[in-house]
Write a protein that binds this ligand. Structure first.
Ligand code: HEM
Length: 279
């Protein structure tokens, strides 16, 4: 008997799912695999759809991890938060590698279906905006594309009303003896955190004596590690976009590459990058 005619049911593999939950049931695969609806005959549109959908799925997990990490930090449970942040970096590493698949699509192939997209664009991704807001990049202008969608607007507004991940880290540091400026601790969390000399000097204490402040040092480096991967995602995105559409305007209406290059300047944790210079 060869492996091709071996029956795994003989060793107990379950094969009757008339009354039981199967793999596909548990994972709702009918819904997921039934959600690809290309609007053209172009072969590459399926790649484009799946690349976006899988990214949205990973973003869903990223939001799950980031929210839990933030809650854990607020409760002084730093070890589990660090594990979640480490996972965040791995998620973005995975997303970074995924660009290689999309880059196999040439400009000519993309033009075969680009017009079908209308004005839709990743710029309108609510999960992406939620991640940016969660991390502290809180540009209220980004609410506008969601004004037609009450549920998303409420979700994003609720996020704006919540301290960002970095806010919670700074509060934790303050509770652990690293005096953070009162103005930063009491800041309007709806806004983006801007660089603070006082926060920089607090991190300097940690980075000058990591062994005395190991927990905060490790946590800060987890944040830097994650932002590093996130920056690579932004860079991979803009490079792929330039490779595929050059300097055309985006379907979402921005200048395209010029807009995305501007987004490369975003600094989520400014003092953690600046502290390196003063050591
Ligand atoms: C050939 C592939 C792609 C092209 C040509 C492209 C193009 C663009 C352009 C031009 C923008 C700027 C907004 C606009 O005017 O449309 C944008 C934004 C964006 N795209 Fe893509 N994109 C591609 C693939 C992807 C993929 C796979 C994702 C994954 C979900 C994605 C997610 C985003 C996000 C989240 C934004 C908003 C970025 C921000 O506001 O900082 N894009 N894209």
């Amino acid at each position: 008997m060869t492996s091709s005619d071996y029956d795994p049911a003989k060793e107990g593999a379950e094969t009757d799912f008339t009354q039981r939950m199967s793999y596909g049931d548990y994972l709702a695969l009918d819904a997921i695999l039934g959600a690809q609806h290309p609007l053209s005959e172009a072969h590459d549109e399926m790649l484009f759809i799946i690349q976006h959908q899988t990214t949205e799925l990973w973003m869903r997990l990223a939001i799950h991890e980031l929210s839990a990490a933030r809650r854990a930090i607020a409760r002084d449970e730093v070890s589990p938060a660090m594990k979640m942040l480490a996972r965040m970096s791995r998620i973005f590493e995975q997303l970074n590698n995924a660009w290689d698949v999309l880059r196999t699509m040439t400009p000519s192939e993309y033009t075969r279906f680009r017009s079908q997209l209308g004005q839709s664009s990743g710029f309108q991704s609510r999960q992406y905006r939620l991640i940016e807001f969660l991390l502290g990049n809180r540009n209220h202008a980004m609410l506008k594309p969601h004004a037609h969608d009450l549920e998303t607007t409420r979700l994003l507004e609720a996020e704006l009303a919540t301290p960002s991940l970095y806010d919670e880290v700074l509060r934790l540091a303050d509770r652990n003896g690293l005096k953070m400026p009162a103005t930063v601790l009491a800041r309007d969390v709806r806004e983006t955190h801007s660089f603070s000399e006082g926060v920089l000097q607090a991190w300097r204490i940690v980075y000058e004596a990591p062994e005395t402040h190991w927990m905060l040092y490790e946590l800060a480096e987890k944040l830097v590690d994650f932002e590093d991967y996130f920056r690579r995602w932004r860079f991979n995105h803009v490079t792929t976009v330039e490779r595929v559409i050059g300097f055309k305007r985006g379907t979402g209406g921005t200048g395209g590459v010029s807009y995305l290059k501007r987004m490369l300047e975003v600094e989520l944790f400014p003092e953690l990058w600046r502290v390196r210079t003063i050591l």
